[in-house]
Design a protein around this ligand. Structure first.
Ligand code: NAP
Length: 266
């Protein structure tokens, strides 16, 4: 596995992480165990970045992550998110406390604002985020689905901390962030965390000559392409352990610039 620095921090996160939206949809024992096994296999293969949210499966995704990492907490980097209804000061603090309880951890590594809410002053939300850092419940602050100007406002609202990452949709099928958010993140040394990097499972074909040259599957090629910029990490979701293994080995070789370009144009 390859690792990249998170934002301007010294923290190293795996270039391919594990998304947890859609995990723990039910409490069905077999399904739950299968999903935990997939996460644990990913950790074994070096995927230390795990992304969840208080809003995923009504908090059960965080519970499932907690169970998966209970014997290896120090080896993983847990990113979770506060939902838009909880962006006022007291609600942020409470939401984070609740997340740590569901995760069974004493702190989260990265706490992200899931979506911006223009109805709540960003200064108020960020004051709470900084209080969480000060109290040791959170190590780094991130945002998600923030435009360039919203990210600028979020940075200006922080007194002592920096925005480490912006989690946005980015895939071979949707490269819109390349117009503004990605160049901004590169310039400002903010990690761009690519969500839905496999287009929600709608894997698109890559020219056969490229797949054969690098011995990759189409899904692996999508992950390789989306992480070709050194500021990007991706968080595919894989409940299926075979998919997890495939994703973990998607960047063992890098494609040539010409092949990436060929993929970009389809
Ligand atoms: P995704 O990762 O693009 O796609 C997931 C789908 O791809 C699942 O159906 C999965 O199947 C399948 N898959 C995984 N690996 C595969 C492989 N090697 N070959 C073929 N199929 C494969 O979609 P996503 O869940 O929307 O996004 C990933 C993560 O991003 C989420 O889990 C969440 O953490 C984050 N996210 C964040 C936001 C936000 O607003 N911040 C929004 C959406 C998503 P199996 O599960 O059966 O393995």
């Amino acid at each position: 596995m390859e690792y990249r620095k998170l934002g301007r921090t010294k923290e190293k996160v795996s270039v391919i992480g594990m998304g947890c939206w859609g995990l723990a949809l039910s409490r069905d024992g077999g399904e739950w165990a299968r999903e935990i096994a997939s996460l644990q296999r990913g950790i074994e293969l070096g995927m230390n970045l795990i992304d969840t949210a208080e809003g995923y499966s009504s908090g059960r995704s965080e519970e499932l992550v907690g169970e998966a990492v209970k014997d290896c907490r120090d080896d993983v980097f847990i990113a979770t998110k506060v939902a838009p209804p909880h962006l006022h000061y007291d609600a942020v603090i409470r939401a984070c406390q609740d997340s740590t309880k569901r995760l069974g951890v004493s702190f989260v590594d990265l706490y992200q604002i899931h979506w911006p809410d223009p109805g709540v002053p960003i200064k108020e939300t960020m004051s709470a985020m900084e209080k969480l850092v000060q109290d040791g419940l959170v190590r780094y602050i991130g945002v998600s689905n923030f435009s360039v100007s919203e990210t600028n406002d979020a940075r200006a609202a922080l007194a002592k901390n920096e925005i480490a990452s912006n989690q946005v949709e980015y895939a071979l099928t949707n490269g819109s962030v390349e117009a503004d958010i990605l160049p901004y993140c590169v310039r400002e040394k903010i990690t761009l965390m690519a969500y839905s990097p496999l287009a929600h499972g709608r894997i698109v074909p890559t020219p056969n000559d490229i797949l054969q040259k690098y011995n990759m599957t189409p899904a692996q090629a999508m992950l390789n392409w989306v992480t070709r910029n050194e500021r990007v990490v991706a968080i595919p979701k894989a409940a299926n352990i075979r998919h997890q293994e495939e994703n973990a080995s998607s960047i063992v070789v890098r494609f040539s610039a010409a092949d990436y370009e060929k993929m970009s144009v389809g």
